[in-house]
Design a binder for this molecule. Structure first.
Ligand code: DHB
Length: 469
């Protein structure tokens, strides 16, 4: 049979780009099909970008055409489709990570992946879970299939993504070669190769969705006002979206659900059997207090300390006690009030449906489904519950202990200190479970950062250079 998944080294353009005084010359291989039988031929393509100097026998730092790490960047947001992206500016007008990564000497691979809301010609949904992660896996397999000819080192694939994209990055990195995904990859005609990766950068992973509602209420129960922003698409002639604020108080029914969900969290958390670096158990009592909460506080305290060390005056924040330039105490309730609540209860599996996650767990012909027993039981729309296996395949926590899943060696997880899109517990549970299973996982809650990604590329690249050495 003819192999259609061969990388064509001769099909490229050379591009020049100057942004903010920095000049980049790169080779662009675009519109590459990574599947034999794509479901959507326009979205399921990838691009490869390479510093042009590599083709002149040159190098950037320690990197050249053969050994450069592959920065595998997804653009998924809100679990919507994430198209392949060129170096340039992002939707907020900022220079994107691909541009900076090329300047730094990485090969950039940008796969387009399916997401919620996508339909085929006959109106069937084609981007529901686990579509996006299967597409990422197929793109990785394509690179490995062409290991001898693609630029960069396929042994050093580092995935990067933010929010839903950060969740996918963590999922891709936790589930390498797991048989659960095999039937989907086979059906689309993915290359028969390994799909494990070397490392993952995950900004605010909106993950562990089936326990995210209870984690959210563990954190925010008692805070009954929620504050969020509505993004309108840019009007023609404008390059930035219109942003309006929404401030609402929860109803009595929602407050009751908040208390019930909060109450469910400790038994889930305790079932994970997490331990800190000194092998102390991380647990919660029935009130939601205990060593796991102290652990979250310690991560927050490290973030505050880093900011103090930069010389920032934080004396106006009454939930932080500081003595001689050192953090002495963080009051959890004060910190959470400072963060503020963003989402109404239940934050992800809404009883009235309509969240990005309800749509993620839809089917070919059903737009929204529930994915927790709790919201199914309290459904205001008599919604269906998603299949167990579909829910399972979207949660990296299910694969970390599973020997059949080849894990990435390194994870870098960041959750902004004032990012309220999901609970601080979600990133912490992921990082600690990885560490408990022998995986290197670096976790921080960077000070002052809201829901965002790619805001510390210098630090990210230093981390990548360190693990690739
Ligand atoms: C994203 C943000 C959310 O709050 C969410 O529930 C899902 C995805 C995002 O920005 O990708």
């Amino acid at each position: 049979m003819k192999d259609n998944l061969i990388f064509d080294e001769n099909s490229y353009t050379v591009e020049m780009l100057e942004l903010e005084g920095k000049n980049l010359v790169y080779r662009a291989f675009e519109g590459i099909r990574y599947l034999n039988r794509p479901v959507d031929g326009k979205m399921q393509i990838l691009s490869i970008f390479v510093p042009e100097v590599f083709y002149k026998g040159g190098s950037i730092g320690a990197y050249n055409l053969k050994n450069a790490p592959i920065f595998f960047q997804n653009t998924v947001g809100g679990y919507m489709p994430g198209p392949s992206e060129r170096p340039g500016r992002n939707f907020m007008g900022n220079v994107n990570a691909s541009f900076e990564a090329l300047l730094h000497g990485y090969v950039v691979v940008s796969p387009g992946v399916r997401g919620r809301g996508m339909k085929d010609k006959s109106g069937r949904y084609i981007g529901t879970a686990p579509a996006a992660v299967c597409d990422l896996k197929a793109a990785v397999r394509f690179l490995r299939h062409n290991a001898g000819s693609v630029p960069g080192d396929v042994g050093k694939i580092i995935s990067n993504g933010t929010s839903a994209g950060g969740a996918l990055s963590s999922l891709l990195a936790s589930t390498g070669n797991h048989p659960d995904y095999e039937p989907y990859l086979k059906a689309m005609g993915a290359a028969e190769e390994s799909d494990h990766i070397f490392a993952a950068s995950c900004y605010c992973p909106i993950t562990n969705l089936d326990h995210a509602d209870m984690a959210y209420e563990w954190e925010f129960c008692g805070i009954n006002e929620y504050h969020t922003m509505k993004f309108g698409y840019p009007e023609s002639g404008e390059d930035k979206p219109e942003i309006t604020s929404v401030d609402v108080c929860m109803t009595d029914v929602q407050k009751q659900m908040s208390a019930e969900l909060k109450h469910q969290f400790p038994s889930y958390l305790n079932s994970l059997n997490l331990k800190d670096e000194e092998e102390n158990k991380l647990t919660l009592d029935e009130h939601g207090d205990g060593s796991f909460k102290e652990y979250i506080i310690s991560v927050a305290a490290a973030s505050v300390q880093k900011e103090l060390d930069r010389g920032t005056d934080l004396s106006g924040l009454d939930w932080i006690s500081i003595q001689d330039g050192k953090v002495k105490e963080i009051k959890f309730d004060g910190y959470i009030a400072f963060r503020t609540r963003m989402k109404v209860t239940p934050a992800f599996d809404n009883t009235a449906m309509g969240t990005p996650e309800n749509e993620l767990f839809g089917t070919e012909d059903l737009q929204y489904r529930h994915f927790t027993q709790y919201s199914r039981k309290h459904s205001e729309v008599n919604g269906e519950l998603a299949d167990e296996q579909q829910i399972r395949m979207m949660n990296p926590m299910n694969y970390i202990e599973d020997k059949k899943a080849e894990k990435a060696k390194h994870f870098r997880i960041r959750h902004g200190a004032v990012d309220r899109d999901t609970s601080l517990a979600v990133s912490a549970m992921l990082a600690v479970k990885l560490r408990n299973n022998g995986v290197d996982a670096d976790l921080e809650y960077p000070w002052g950062i809201p829901h965002a990604g790619d805001y510390d590329l210098e630090e990210l690249f230093t981390w990548i250079d360190g693990i690739c050495r």
